[in-house]
Design a protein around this ligand. Structure first.
Ligand SMILES: [Zn+2]
Length: 410
């Protein structure tokens, strides 16, 4: 990642530190970070974590969307509140601290009228860099570790990913104080319960803001669909190589290129699929035992997710093949010897519901085309039990429909 002690950064930091008293006073008296949901509350963890994740896979569903979504989201928040968060996505480097201090300094000492401008400049800079960070983190979210050989040490749920001690130790006391005052949710990796659970996702990192501010989020309870003659999804799946990873949030299967779907005249390639228990989506209020999300992306970077609901019944061959290749440890990736034919995971009846939504995991990027198969596929109790041992509950709660249209095949 970026060098932590560039001379110029030191100089800049030193300048800012000249106003130490003002800043220190301001920082220590700063309101609780969570007090404004969209203030980009806790940037530090994002930055500490970003470098690790950026070494992971670029080809993620999260990536494409995060790139297109995050900047606008970040910009929409790049108003005065931004000054509170500061959001430097470059690790706890001096530069990052400097940005935060600068933002705060601007807010604290510049006259009201010019203040927004000063802050804006800082925010724009950080926003730009934040987009890059989001790319990395977003990428890690869904195609975690698609690149072989990387060790995703940050993927343990609930694990605290704070500032690296090595970095912190080099900060002077004021900077440490600043860092401490910003501690809170920022050190937490997102999870499905506890302090870093779904209700807090939007506050964990600036680039996760859409999780709380978005109005087109997933999953939803699918009700009142409009019955129309939907074009069938054209699946072109073929036996493919695959890698299985337990990424700390789910079991994910990264699939070799060559599997595509075509829907509404657009072609999407399958990138990965993964599981949730219970199903995230509900049909008329009813959840299913599990769901498989097959994540596709087109050349424009748009995402299309096919959801296959899984219910208790007979054994499922694709699921079994995946379970057979489960890695022993979180973060490890197993390259399977055989091939996987995903068409065997699809229901015979391929009628579906469709609506526009989001990723169901941070960064919760929107603009995702969802196609939920109406017919569930069966999975055996034993197969369910295996996943349950790893992830008893990894489903995001239902999100508001907010007037969105749902269409369904006749
Ligand atoms: Zn999913």
């Amino acid at each position: 990642m970026s060098p932590f002690f560039h001379r110029q950064h030191l100089a800049a930091a030193a300048q800012l530190l000249g106003s130490a008293v003002v800043i220190a006073g301001f920082l220590t008296s700063a309101p609780a970070r969570g007090s404004e949901r969209d203030s980009g509350a806790e940037p530090t963890a994002a930055h500490a974590e970003a470098p690790r994740k950026s070494s992971r896979k670029a080809e993620s569903e999260g990536k494409a969307k995060a790139v297109s979504d995050a900047p606008s989201k970040a910009e929409s928040r790049a108003s005065p509140t931004e000054a509170k968060g500061g959001k430097p996505p470059a690790g706890d480097s001096l530069e990052a601290i400097r940005d935060r201090l600068a933002a705060r300094l601007g807010a604290a000492t510049v006259a009201p009228a010019p203040a927004p401008n000063v802050v804006k400049v800082v925010s724009q800079t950080t926003t730009t860099r934040s987009a890059a960070t989001t790319t990395a983190t977003g990428a890690a979210t869904l195609v975690a570790n698609a690149s072989p050989g990387t060790k995703p040490s940050a993927f343990v749920p609930g694990r605290v990913i704070g500032a690296s001690p090595a970095h912190t130790a080099r900060l002077d006391s004021l900077q440490q104080q600043a860092a401490i005052s910003m501690a809170g949710l920022e050190g937490l990796h997102w999870s499905y319960d506890g302090k870093a659970g779904p209700a807090a996702w939007g506050n964990l990192k600036p680039e996760f803001a859409t999780c709380s501010s978005g109005a087109r989020q997933s999953p939803i309870d699918i009700t009142d669909g409009i019955k129309v003659e939907l074009d069938p999804v054209q699946f072109d799946y073929r036996p493919s190589g695959f890698r299985v990873i337990d990424n700390g949030h789910t079991v994910q299967v990264n699939v070799a290129p060559g599997n595509t779907i075509e829907v509404t005249g657009k072609r999407y390639e399958l990138i990965q699929f993964h599981f949730h228990r219970p199903s995230e989506e509900r049909i008329n209020g009813k959840p299913f035992d599990m769901v498989a999300h097959l994540v596709h992306r087109n050349v424009e970077g748009k995402l299309a997710v096919v959801a296959v609901l899984l219910e208790r019944g007979s054994a499922q061959s694709v699921v079994q093949t995946v379970w057979n290749n489960l890695p022993l440890e979180k973060g490890d990736e197993v390259t399977a010897k055989g091939a996987l034919d995903l068409s065997a995971l699809l229901p015979t009846d391929r009628r579906y519901y469709t609506y526009m939504g989001s990723l169901t995991t941070p960064p919760c990027s929107e603009g995702v085309l969802w196609m939920v198969m109406k017919s569930p596929v069966q999975i055996s109790p034993e197969q369910l039990a295996i996943f349950s041992r790893l992830y008893p509950m990894n489903a995001r709660p239902i999100q508001a429909l907010s007037g969105r249209l749902i269409k369904e095949s006749n």
